[in-house]
Design a protein around this ligand. Structure first.
Ligand code: PAF
Length: 288
């Protein structure tokens, strides 16, 4: 199948062979390549990753694939926004190629391999979404092996995901440099997310306060409050904002996501939160 050049201004590869052929042609000219993996429904956060890619390499591939294996049966796989035409328009001038395979191409009949990590994938999101990171690691490995980019860029909003991917790439000797792109925020500080479209106006207002609680909780720990005390106070504030359920509010080692045994940070630390409001589950994080 040749590249799909009819659907959008940017050419689209819909299978591994076409993606590899496009990348191989760039390689013959000595051009470097970045991959920005996404699930589409692109917002300014994703576009900032494409801009970062553009600044680092000659060629930019953005993949768009709503990966079924990282959603649990009760999660929002079927409701997840799918907006390929709008996404392609936003990428005009920012990407050289979109890679948008379908599920049958990524997971053909008989597909049997799963990459699962211990350690970094176990706490936090791993407790609440036990099959999530295996789905992410497996699809990201496939995307990296298909595109073979020089660098791959992921948003820091999914901080634990970034840590899991770094670990996997190191463990499996995948020859790619992994870069994190800073979280993009709305004017009230809400971390940009494709899931923010689910929020009702009332929920959206409360959601905009989540980052304020994070910042103040982090500042409190920096000023000497014990992690457990600061987290307890932060949790109460989040529930008082109108969130229905707090999955976690934790301060952890920024790289390993391990807890601090002495209730005080002893290395580079990160505050991470996941909370549900209405039907929407939001996550966010910041340095401490
Ligand atoms: O962060 C995401 O959008 C996804 O988890 C990713 C990395 C594209 C894998 O499906």
């Amino acid at each position: 199948m040749p590249l799909d050049t009819a659907s959008h201004k940017i050419p689209v590869a819909r299978n591994a062979a076409d993606l590899r052929a496009a990348v191989a042609e760039w390689r013959t000219r000595g051009e470097t390549v970045a991959l920005v993996p996404t699930m589409g429904a692109l917002h300014e956060g994703h576009l900032s990753l494409a801009d970062l890619a553009r600044a680092k390499t000659e060629r930019v591939v953005v993949s768009i694939f709503v990966n079924p294996t990282q959603f649990a049966p009760h999660e929002d796989f079927s409701a997840y926004p799918r907006t390929e035409a709008a996404d392609a328009a936003k990428l005009d001038g920012k990407a050289d190629l979109i890679f948008a395979p379908d599920a049958a191409d990524m997971y053909p009949q008989g597909f049997s391999t799963t990459i699962s990590l211990s350690g970094v994938s176990e706490p936090l999101e791993g407790q609440f979404r036990p099959t999530h990171f295996a789905g992410v690691a497996t699809v990201v490995a496939k995307l990296l092996l298909r595109a073979m980019p020089d660098i791959a860029i992921f948003g820091e909003k999914d901080w634990q995901q970034l840590a899991v991917i770094r670990r996997m790439v190191a463990d499996l000797d995948i020859p790619v440099e992994i870069l994190g792109g800073p979280i993009m925020r709305e004017t009230d500080g809400l971390a940009m997310s494709s899931r923010n479209v689910y929020l009702t106006p009332g929920e959206r207002k409360a959601a905009g306060q989540l980052n304020v609680v994070l910042r103040e909780t982090a500042a409190s720990v920096s000023a000497g409050t014990l992690i457990s005390e600061a987290a307890k106070a932060g949790a109460a504030r989040i529930l008082a904002l109108g969130f229905d359920k707090l999955d976690y509010l934790e301060i952890r080692d920024a790289a390993s996501l391990a807890a601090f045994p002495d209730d005080r940070p002893t290395s580079s630390a990160r505050i991470l939160v996941a909370a549900k409001i209405g039907k929407t589950r939001l996550i966010d994080n910041m340095p401490v």
